[in-house]
Design a binder for this molecule. Sequence first.
Ligand code: 5AD
Ligand code: SF4
Length: 479
Amino acid sequence: MKTNVINTPNMNKAKVRTNEATFFMSGATQNNEEISKLLNNKNYYIHTYGCQANVRDEETMRGLLENVGMTQTDSPETSDVIIINTCAVRENAEDKVYGEIGNLKRLRKINKDLVLAICGCMVEQPEILERMMNTFPEVNLYFGTHEIYQLTSLICETITSKERLVSIESKQGEVIEDLPCRRNNEFKAYINIMYGCNKFCTYCIVPYTRGKERSRRFNDVMKEVDELVALGYQEITFLGQNVNAYGKDLDEGHDFADVLEEAAKRGVPRIRFTTSHPWDFSLKMIDVIAKYPNIMKFIHLPVQSGNSEILKLMGRRYTREDYLNLVKTMRERIPGLSLSTDIIVGFPNETEEQFNDTLSLVDIVGYEAAFTFIYSPRRGTPAARMKDEVPYSEKSRRFKELVKHLEVSISKDALSMVGKIYDVLVDGVSKTDENMYSGYTENNKLVHFKASKEDIGKIIPVRILESHTYSLIGEKVNG
Ligand code: 5AD
Ligand code: SF4
C-alpha cells in the first residue's frame, strides 16, 4: 500500500514554546456533503487508553463522527472504522496497544475497506510511529493529538485514496472551541480548562505529545459549566495536565481559583479537578476549596519522590520540605481533606537512602489514595539519556515496599469511615458484583452497596459497614 505522509512527528519541534496565539476555529461541524455522504450510516469502534485527557479526546471524536451520521459499536468486527487512542506515558501502556493492534489486524483480511486508525500520544513519538508503520501494514491511518479536529476528512481521504495516511504534526497546539462532543456519561463530565504542559519534568513525554500549556477562555469554560448544570450533571471534573497554571498564558486576569469559585457559585453539585502541580498551588486556591461545600475536599497532588535531590533531577521545581509545607497548610485550612498522589520509584540511580526518603514522606503525609509507578524511560526525554545502574529487580522490590507503606494510611483512612454516613454519587451496577451498585464518596472512595436502578446518577446517603484497602461496603440510608 502506498503511504501519503502529510506530516510526521519531530521531537525538536515538539519542544518549542513561544507566545504565539492559540485560538482557532476549525469549521469541523460545518456541513460537508461529501464527507457526510461517505460516512453516514457507517459504524465505528473506539478504544481509549490512558489519562482523562485521552478520554475527553475520545468524546470529541465521538462527537465528530456522530455529527456525520456514524454509529458507535462495541465490536470491532462489525465496524467500518476502528480507532485506537493510545497512551505513551509508560512502556506497559504501549505494550497493551501493540497487543491490541496485533489482534485487530486480522480484520483487514475480512474487510478490505476497513479504516484502522491509531492516534493519541504514542504516535507523537517518531521512533514509535516508525516501528508501528513497519510492524503493522494493516493500519491505514495515523493522526496526532493536534489533528483530531480533522478526523472525518482524514477518514474520507483514507477511504477514497486507498493509501495509508499519516498526519501528525508536532506543534504547540491550539485551543479549538467549535468541536462537538458526545459525552460518555450522563451525570459526570470532564471539562478541559487547559491543554498541554510546559513543565518538562525530565522523565515525562507529555509536553512533547500534547503541546504547550494553553488555557481556554474563562467565559468558554463557564458556558460549558452552565450547559452541564442545565442538563442536570451532578459532577464536573476540571481537566488539565496542570490545572493550577490556568490563565497564566491569557491576559484575562482569571486564575484557577476563580474557575473553581465561579463554578461553585453556578451550582454544580460536585466539583473535582485534576492534576495539580505542587509548584504553583496557591493559597487562594486552598481557601476557595475550603470555602465551598460543592468543591470536593479531595486533591490529587503528585509528589513523584520524597527526596529533594531526585526531585531536582526530575525537574519538579519543589523540594521535599516545600511539598510537606504545602500539605501541612492544606490540611490545616481544609478540614476533612483527602490527598492522593503519584509516585515514581527507580528514577535513574535513585539510591536506597533516597528511596527511604520517599517512604518517610509517604508515612508523614498519610495519603488517602495513590498511584505508584516504576520509572519507565521515555525516548527523547532528558532522563532517558541518564545512565542507570539500578537493576530492575531492585526497583521492583522498592515498588512493593512503597505499596505496603501506602496501604497502611489508605486502609487506616478507609477503616475510619466505617459506621459513618457519606454522600455517594451512584455510578451504576458494580463492576465486581452484579448484585451491588457502586459509586464514589466526596473524598473519592469507591463504595459498593445495594440500591436500585432509579438511584443511578443521584447523590444518596450511604452508611459504611465494612472497609477494604481500595473499596468500601455500605448500605443505602433511607429517608
Ligand atoms: N515513568 C514512570 N512513570 C511516569 N509518569 C510519567 N512519566 C513516567 C515515566 N516515564 C507518571 C507520573 C505522572 C503519572 C501520570 O505518570 O507519576 O504523574
Ligand atoms: Fe508530565 Fe510533569 Fe507535565 Fe505532569 S507536570 S504532564 S509529569 S511534564
